[in-house]
Design a binder for this molecule. Structure first.
Ligand SMILES: Cc1cc2nc3c(=O)[nH]c(=O)nc-3n(C[C@H](O)[C@H](O)[C@H](O)COP(=O)(O)OP(=O)(O)OC[C@H]3O[C@@H](n4cnc5c(N)ncnc54)[C@H](O)[C@@H]3O)c2cc1C
Length: 457
């Protein structure tokens, strides 16, 4: 990258060799070869380098991508989601600030900054580059309307089963030789549940990584005073079930969600006991990796953790400690580095990460991960996919993106969408892949080449 945010020379030359060819029709493997950055998915890096040039060195340069709508290239599709557009952002605590800059949260061809200026009063300050979760959720919701995508979205839709239907083939299209997927579930309406069923050659899993909170696997974990989200804790505070006169709240974990919980509880004067497995000075804790001028609130928590409760009244850190048992009477047994302790608490807030739920797939998707002997983990055991198409190496026609393939930041998840869109497009129109080298874009994709059946049950 030079100071103008131009891509590296080798990428520049590769792009120059096909100046009129849309990215979605180019050889993404060739383009992304040799790129380095904070994603292990090469197409994610390619997209990010073009969309947020030099972002990792702190630059905030304009995108190098230009967007053109080609309605004739449209692929029939539907987006099924439990809630409104915005996925897990709609379920997060709204007042918290994102770790990422606002511009890194934006989607294709709609400036987050311009959108934000048009809809809300921005409060400028030292953290002005970061957006509030509330605004990000609203931006994603608005994006769908502004970009005319609403007809493709089915909100309040729960997918309960995704199964291969190999015997079902549509003779008119050779793409179906690999079989179809049957996707079933229900939509929640004012009248009740309505079943749906779709048959499609391609399914994209974009279910994020926060459906199932990680478990501590200790006795008493399911007791009613044990909660597993920041939102649940906020509800307890707003309903006054948890307040400054309560017994201490035990917050377990040392990630950013645990830090958010500490900030919220501290703000309301609630006494806190904070248990975490590592030493407070462990360099692998996330806090040490965040610049203090951008993330002062997390650095404050970091300081509190290292301070051993000397300066901050109402906050007691317990480093190298693990919960071993939670009792009905509100007492929690903790094992520390030297001894075990039993403490009385009002609530236990467990924020130790989460994982996706693939319960709607055959065998709960267990055979789709890199290491099939271990449970899925966005960080350590993602879905095993082809690096350049994000298609499952084990199930053709099944794709995965975002946290499921270890792209835990919105910035990188979008390159995954590019890789998938390209692959599905070329499957639907195989001639383009052969001709792309010599001829720039072929703009006419016959509608009938897209095999998609919408069959409400
Ligand atoms: C607390 C927290 C803070 C974060 N902060 C940042 C940040 O600052 N910057 C950043 O870039 N990233 C951040 N992330 C990560 C970011 O949220 C994800 O990278 C991003 O949301 C992934 O988008 P997605 O669409 O793949 O999944 P999600 O946003 O998780 O959306 C997936 C959706 O699929 C739905 N779903 C799952 N199963 C089914 C089913 N069977 N049927 C129907 N719907 C289903 C889920 O309910 C969910 O709504 C944060 C994540 C968390 C948890």
């Amino acid at each position: 990258m030079d100071e103008m945010g131009h891509p590296p020379d080798f990428l520049h030359y590769r792009l120059e060799s096909k100046p009129n060819c849309p990215l979605v029709l180019q050889d993404l493997k060739e383009l992304s070869e040799g790129l380095e950055g904070r994603s292990s998915n090469p197409v994610a890096l390619l997209y990010d380098i073009l969309n947020h040039p030099d972002a990792d060195t702190g630059q905030d340069l304009p995108s190098l991508l230009a967007w053109k709508n080609h309605p004739e290239q449209h692929l029939d599709h539907v987006v099924l989601g439990r809630g409104p557009p915005g996925g897990s952002w709609q379920a997060m605590e709204g007042d918290v600030l994102t770790i990422s800059r606002g511009t890194w949260m934006e989607l294709a061809n709609l400036s987050f900054r311009e959108w934000e200026e048009s809809v809300c009063d921005r409060q400028l300050g030292s953290r002005q580059k970061r957006a509030s979760v509330k605004n990000v959720a609203r931006y994603y919701h608005d994006y769908v309307d502004i970009k005319g995508l609403r007809p493709y979205f089915r909100d309040s839709a729960e997918v309960t089963s995704v199964r291969r239907v190999d015997q079902l083939k549509n003779g008119s299209n050779e793409n179906n030789d690999r079989g179809l997927w049957q996707v079933t579930g229900h939509i929640r309406t004012a009248e009740g549940l309505e079943d749906f069923q779709y048959l499609t050659p391609n399914v994209v899993l974009a279910i994020g990584g926060s459906d199932r909170p990680n478990r501590m696997n200790v006795a008493g974990e399911n007791l009613p005073f044990v909660v597993k989200s920041l939102q649940a804790m906020e509800q307890l505070i707003s309903s006054q079930q948890l307040n400054s006169r309560s017994e201490p709240v035990l917050i377990v974990g040392a990630g950013l969600s645990a830090a958010d919980a500490i900030i919220a509880a501290h703000f309301h004067g609630i006494p806190i006991i904070h248990a975490f497995r590592r030493k407070a000075t462990d360099p692998s804790l996330i806090f040490g990796q965040l610049p203090s001028n951008m993330y002062p609130e997390y650095h404050k928590v970091y300081q509190m953790m290292k301070d051993n409760g000397m300066t901050y009244s109402g906050y007691t850190p317990m480093e190298q400690s693990q919960v071993v048992r939670i009792q009905n009477d509100g007492k929690v047994c903790l094992q520390g580095p030297e001894c075990s302790t039993r403490i009385k608490v009002s609530y236990v807030v467990v924020l130790i990460g989460s994982r996706p739920s693939l319960s709607f797939l055959e065998n709960k998707g267990r055979d789709l991960t890199v290491d099939v002997t271990k449970p899925i983990s966005c960080r350590n055991n993602p879905l095993d996919v082809d690096l350049f198409t994000l298609e499952s190496t084990k199930q053709p026609g099944l794709y995965a993106m975002g946290p499921l393939v270890s792209d835990n930041f919105v910035r990188f998840a979008q390159g995954g969408a590019l890789a998938i869109a390209r692959d599905i497009h070329l499957k639907s129109c195989p001639f383009e892949s052969k001709e792309e080298v010599s001829n720039p874009p072929i703009l006419h994709v016959p509608q009938e080449s897209v095999n998609y059946l919408d069959c409400p049950a």
